[in-house]
Design a protein around this ligand. Structure first.
Ligand code: UT7
Length: 314
């Protein structure tokens, strides 16, 4: 869906959206079935298994990060398990950490692998935000898109240099009102009246999110690099959450990182919440920019306000 398509729905323009966000297009799943979060996750996992030359039953656990799961019960990880044809009864758990869900997921996976309880963990980030966006609200509907990325995190032996080196996860709950969907939970369940009012969607205070985002992304990047015992100039690639081109640029300036080292794909996919980092990473691996052995920095923030950064050798 292009900015021109959006301008047919709300009072906006291609120029406003591109100048304020860096977005030109976003992908929208078909609402008619076959493209739900677990369907995208199933296809992405099949690609990942093929690349990793792994059998589906070697997965010990599925962690599924999403703010737009297929349904509330059961968890999307369990739905994905059967769609993938996994028969080993692997553990399945969903993660609710908004845009930070993928970074939280790979670090939960890392910890479980280091503890010795699991060998291969499938981490999924799959979002169908088009279902939860208020398409009457021009300040938010222009930003988001649908998408999915997955990673298989596996135990390696000492001779393999690939590893997660350091992680810094944090949350500032005092900013929870900046991005919320208060309707549809235990506090305020859907009622006939609420549905008729047609105002149950995600609500975002964009300006507040913007300010917190730049501060948090820069602080977390510095914290994780320090924990890793590195300097920023040792990082080959930074893959930030793709929330807004201006947020990415400001964070880059605050950190003093060369913009040629920052992976950005927001122009064609928009903000895909938890899926945004794995989508950007995948594109850069596929087009040859990111190579085996490179040092990568993931840096994210989202509703909650959750945030986190991780440094790893690919
Ligand atoms: O994934 C993490 C969660 N999300 C984010 O991190 C989002 C972070 N925030 C943002 O990306 C930006 O704040 C937005 C893109 C959402 C908004 O950009 P902004 O530069 O902060 O604009 P604004 O909200 O301050 O609005 C400026 C003006 C307003 O008009 P007035 O009051 O100055 O006359 C808005 O009504 O722009 C108007 N406006 C629009 N105009 C045309 C807001 N949205 C639009 C629009 N098209 N789509």
């Amino acid at each position: 869906m292009s900015n021109f398509d959006i301008a047919k729905i709300v009072d906006t323009s291609d120029q406003w959206i591109y100048e304020r966000t860096g977005i030109k297009n976003r992908r929208i799943c078909s609402p008619d079935g076959g493209e739900y979060p677990t369907d995208m996750a199933c296809r992405a996992t099949e690609m990942a298994l093929e690349r990793a030359q792994m059998d589906v039953n070697s997965i010990d656990m599925i962690l599924f990060a999403s703010v737009t799961p297929d349904m509330q019960i059961p968890n999307s990880s369990s739905i994905l398990q059967t769609k993938l044809g996994i028969t080993n009864q692997c553990a399945c758990m969903d993660i609710s950490a908004a845009c930070s869900g993928f970074v939280y997921g790979i670090n939960v996976a890392d910890s479980m692998i280091r503890s010795g309880s699991m060998k291969n963990i499938l981490v999924v980030a799959s979002e169908m935000l088009s279902r939860e966006i208020d398409w009457k609200d021009r300040s938010s509907c222009i930003l988001f898109g649908d998408g999915c990325g997955v990673a298989i995190i596996s135990a390696t032996d000492e001779s393999d240099p690939s590893r997660i080196i350091a992680t810094h996860l944090s949350t500032d709950g005092t900013g929870k009102k900046f991005f919320e969907k208060p309707i549809g939970g235990a506090v305020t369940p859907y009622t006939k009246e609420i549905l008729e009012e047609d105002d149950w969607y995600m609500k975002m205070k964009g300006g507040e999110m913007f300010k917190v985002a730049t501060r948090t992304l820069a602080a977390n990047a510095k914290a994780v690099i320090k924990k890793a015992g590195l300097n920023l100039d040792k990082i080959d690639w930074m893959v930030p959450h793709q929330a807004n081109q201006r947020i990415i640029d400001t964070t880059g300036s605050l950190l003093g990182i060369d913009s040629s080292k920052v992976i950005i794909n927001i122009e064609n996919v928009g903000n895909t919440s938890a899926a945004s980092i794995p989508l950007a990473f995948h594109e850069a691996v596929d087009d040859g920019r990111i190579k085996k052995g490179d040092l990568i920095l993931f840096d994210t923030f989202g509703a909650g306000l959750t945030s986190g950064a991780t440094v790893f050798k690919y």
